[in-house]
Design a protein around this ligand. Structure first.
Ligand SMILES: Nc1ncnc2c1ncn2[C@@H]1O[C@H](COP(=O)(O)OP(=O)(O)OP(=O)(O)O)[C@@H](O)[C@H]1O
Length: 884
């Protein structure tokens, strides 16, 4: 900010030049005291003689030259316009002052943030002071000026008007206090006028925004956490004039506990990570500077909530999200840590530790549509079509490549349809045969790679194209790969080679297993009870898993144990820092990692067991469980098949830390998915009939996109049941306004109750610890969870962690997330990909789903990004679309 020898401006650069006398100077940093005299200034101390200064204004700086140099004082000072918030010329009876409000960045204990400084200069006349004030404001408001401009107030555009919505209960309940001490003074200094409304209840802001005339406001500013912005965005989208309304610039002044969006704004403005007041000051400064950028929104279709006293589900609900969709670990922490709200942002650290201590996994299916890399050539013509199948996956998915995946599955793909036309037994046999063949091929491919290094390729099904793709994969082994998604998996490296060798060792064992499965088939053919055979298969799976994963998981667990032990002091420190109710946390953290526990406790997955309302347990339908296991790429995860046993979290001897989730139980079984249903053939959708067809894009009769009142929406289809849990916690009593579906179509997604297309989509099924879809760089102000994300990159950044990850690795992942280095945490259980749309189908009956940190009904959910729909106030960084 201060250069040791600032050069005087050249005469051509100067917009204004004048002489002033000093009038004290104030710097109250970020403390709460506010000056009583203008700008906190008083006449230069009566004892010290007033200094005289020559001021020169240029487009980028105010040059301040002391005319009567004093020893030990700088003779020249450069004040960048980019660090100025505003200026004023106080009215009579104040003397003719030019007051500059200056917020230079200052070093703090944690990172850099702005500090308030006030400088005042006594002008020769009021006219002169006003001329200077007008000139500086012209520069701040981007009014084009030259050295010949006659500066006066009339050049200035009207002052900006902001609507401030304050949630007095957000974060630690300090929002109103911070308004008085920080926010309103800064806004006044920036010559912005405002109206402040305190929200009185949940959804108050949403209702308000639906009804007010928006043209009166240059921006809507949320003084709260991310939850209130979620309300405002949805309020804007619910207006009849939503297309214009959503272009109203929105801003956020972080007073919540997560403050994810504020963290992103702070990061992209180039500031170090900071929290609380420093973060607030940075964001308030950026807000007053007023640059606006486009921001992507994601349209989310959630399962309908069950109406009271009704067994029928209403229509799926649509809402718009600017931040995230979370399932599993992240949403659990978000919701469960509500009880530690008093800790501010530390509540998430504590919540994370508690949840890691009682780690869960959730059975589910995640499908996503990777971004296509179709770009226009320089002459505007699209390049020749590439193979659209997402046949290779990112580096982050190399974990899957290491697993014996034969295919990832899609809802109701060609093979399922084909299968449905055949007899059950025949289909089962074919399925098994195909599994065996594919497993064999996969092993061979790995061995090849293990020998010579090569390409890991995970492919979306359908099987009709498998062979063709396989041939391509063979070609790819020579070193090229990755066509569709973001990164290649070329360097599987040493780990894969090791795994190849391990695979070879496993061969014998698997051959044994295969022959057992054949025997099982034969038994079925011979008319022995199919149930027996299924159970036999299940036992085989379990045995196989015990042996196989004893190697895989054991290895990682051993490795992790070292790291886990290493991190214990750090972990203990964190626990202490958060003054947690912590003997429980510490105990849990010191207990063995999940993988070890999994060995001793047969289950910790929700998907394994079900409980009815009386808390009695019954196993899942075994046949269905088995078919899930067969189609699952996580077949060899230790959680793919589990014997009946108590859920870790339901173990009576182990205190269950969360009561909230218990309230969100439903006594329903996991949803019957079309691809697994053997009952009447699901209505064939165009996407089923032909995986190459894209006609699902066009709205069809009886789809949510064509008609909201469609009976198909009101009564769940016979072949697809939404699995809906009663909302719990803060969601329970919330009135929800569903958005009309015809507002903005999700052209990449079929309706939620219909299968996704097989083409281009990638589907992964198995046990997840977490699925996180993020579209901002930060998940919390101190969690840099998607370092590549930009406000308007048109992408959803998906992170998913599969069951099997050890606690230590998960902890390491979250620690690394604070610095945004978690992509380098190498674990085969962690994947990072980008996509344009995704669908999440929880198969566990209990769990939490959040959108922008707000609880939504538990059940299938899908989302699609809509690029650059909204406008976000981000300050000077990046390309400015408009200025406030
Ligand atoms: N006056 C109010 N009383 C109760 N709840 C409110 C009120 N105003 C807003 N809310 C609701 O409170 C919830 C939490 O608000 P918000 O997300 O802004 O704060 P936070 O949870 O502390 O912050 P973050 O989301 O960053 O963790 C939101 O769902 C919002 O709708």
């Amino acid at each position: 900010m201060r250069s040791p020898e600032p050069l005087p401006p050249s005469p051509e650069e100067a917009l204004l030049h004048g002489q002033f006398a000093s009038w004290g100077s104030g710097s109250n940093g970020n403390n709460n005291s506010r000056p009583s005299s203008p700008g906190g200034l008083s006449p230069a101390g009566s004892s010290a003689p007033a200094s005289n200064y020559a001021l020169t204004l240029t487009h980028s700086h105010i040059h301040i030259q002391r005319l009567s140099p004093r020893p030990g004082k700088e003779a020249r000072l450069l004040l960048p316009i980019s660090e100025l918030l505003g200026c004023s010329c106080p009215r009579l009876p104040a003397p003719p002052l030019l007051v500059l409000y200056w917020y230079p960045p200052g070093k703090r204990r944690k990172g850099v943030s702005r500090r308030r400084q006030v400088r005042a200069f006594l002008a020769e006349s009021r006219l002169e002071a006003e001329r200077w004030s007008a000139a500086v404001q012209c520069l701040l408001r981007d009014v084009s000026v030259t050295a010949n401009t006659e500066f006066s107030r009339s050049l200035l555009p009207r002052s900006r008007r902001l609507l401030l919505l304050v949630n007095p209960f957000s974060g630690r309940g300090q929002a109103m206090q911070w308004c008085q001490t920080h926010i309103l003074p800064m806004i006044r200094e920036a010559n912005i006028s405002y109206n402040l409304i305190q929200t009185e209840r949940q959804n108050h802001a949403r209702e308000l925004i639906r009804d007010i005339p928006l043209l009166e406001w240059d921006g809507i500013i949320i003084v709260s956490g991310d939850g209130l912005l979620h309300e405002v965005i949805n309020g804007l989208m619910e207006r009849p004039d939503w297309e214009q309304a959503i272009k109203t610039p929105v801003g956020i002044l972080p007073c919540g506990s997560g403050n994810a969006l504020a963290g992103s704004i702070n990061h992209y403005a180039g500031y170090d990570m900071c929290l609380r007041e420093p973060l607030l000051l940075n964001c308030c400064f950026l807000l007053c500077r007023g640059g606006v950028r486009p921001m992507d929104l994601v349209s989310v279709t959630t399962s309908p909530a069950l109406a009271n006293n009704s067994s029928h589900a209403a229509a799926p609900r649509r809402l718009f999200s600017f931040l995230s969709v979370a399932w599993g670990f992240v949403s659990d922490v978000d919701i469960e840590s509500e009880r530690y709200r008093g800790l501010g942002s530390a509540r998430f650290t504590l919540g994370t530790l508690v949840r890691i201590a009682s780690l869960r996994s959730y059975k589910g299916r995640l499908s996503f549509l990777p971004p296509s890399d179709v770009t226009k050539s320089s002459n505007g013509t699209p390049p020749p079509p590439k193979r659209p199948l997402s046949r290779s996956i990112t580096k982050g998915l190399e974990g899957f490549c290491k697993m014996p995946i034969h295919r990832t599955c899609s809802d109701m793909g060609i093979n399922e349809q084909r299968s449905l036309r055949k007899g059950d037994g025949e289909r089962e046999r074919e399925e098994r045969q195909r599994e065996r063949d594919e497993r064999q091929r996969e092993r061979e491919r790995r061995r090849e790679r293990a020998r010579g290094g090569g390409t890991g390729v995970v492919r979306a099904s359908s099987l009709a194209e498998d062979r063709e793709r396989e041939m391509e994969a063979e070609e790819d082994k020579s070193g090229t790969c990755s066509e569709s998604n973001e990164r290649d998996v070329c360097n599987m490296g040493r780990e894969e080679r090791l795994e190849g060798i391990q695979d070879e060792r496993e061969d014998e064992e698997t051959t044994e297993q295969d022959s057992c499965e054949m025997d099982e088939d034969d038994r079925g053919r011979d008319g022995e009870g199919s149930r027996d055979s299924v159970e036999g298969g299940g036992v085989l799976d379990a045995k196989e898993l015990g042996e196989r994963d004893g190697v895989d998981m054991g290895q990682e667990a051993d490795e992790e144990r070292g790291g886990y032990q290493d991190r214990l002091p750090e972990t203990r420190q964190v626990v202490r820092k958060n003054s947690a109710p912590s003997s429980q946390i510490a105990d849990a953290l010191l207990s063995p990692p999940l993988s070890q526990e999994a060995d001793s406790n047969s289950s910790s997955s929700y998907g394994v067991e079900d409980t009815d309302l009386n808390e009695t347990y019954f196993p899942l339908d075994v046949a269905r469980e088995r078919s899930l296991t067969i189609s699952s790429p996580f077949r060899h995860s230790p959680f793919s098949y589990k014997q009946k046993g108590l859920d870790l979290n339901q173990n009576a001897s182990r205190p269950r830390p969360l009561s909230l989730l218990q309230h969100s139980n439903s006594n329903s079984l996991p949803p019957k998915l079309p691809s697994l249903s053997l009952s009447p053939t699901p209505p064939s959708s165009p996407s089923c009939a032909s995986p190459h067809s894209s006609s699902y894009l066009a709205p069809r009769p009886n789809t949510p996109n064509s008609n909201l009142t469609s009976p198909a929406l009101r009564t769940p289809s016979s072949s697809f049941n939404f699995d809906i849990a009663e909302p719990a916690g803060p969601f329970k009593n919330r009135p929800f306004v569903s958005l009309p579906f015809d507002q903005l179509g999700d052209d990449l997604l079929p309706p939620l109750d219909q299968p996704i297309p097989t083409r281009d989509w990638v589907t992964i099924e198995g046990d997840f610890v977490l699925v996180l879809a993020l579209y901002q760089s930060h998940l919390g102000a101190d969690l840099h969870a998607a370092p590549q994300a930009r406000f308007d990159d048109g992408l959803i950044h998906l992170t998913f962690v599969r069951a099997g990850i050890s606690r230590a690795t998960l902890l390491r992942l979250f620690f690394a997330m604070e610095r945004g280095t978690h992509h380098s945490v190498s674990s085969p259980y962690v994947s990072h990909v980008t996509c344009k749309a995704f669908r999440l189908q929880p198969l566990s009956t209990r769990g939490t789903l959040t959108v922008d940190g707000e609880l939504v009904p538990y059940g299938p959910l899908q989302a699609q990004v809509h690029p650059s729909m909204a406008r976000l106030i981000v300050g000077d960084s990046g390309v400015k679309v408009t200025r406030l």
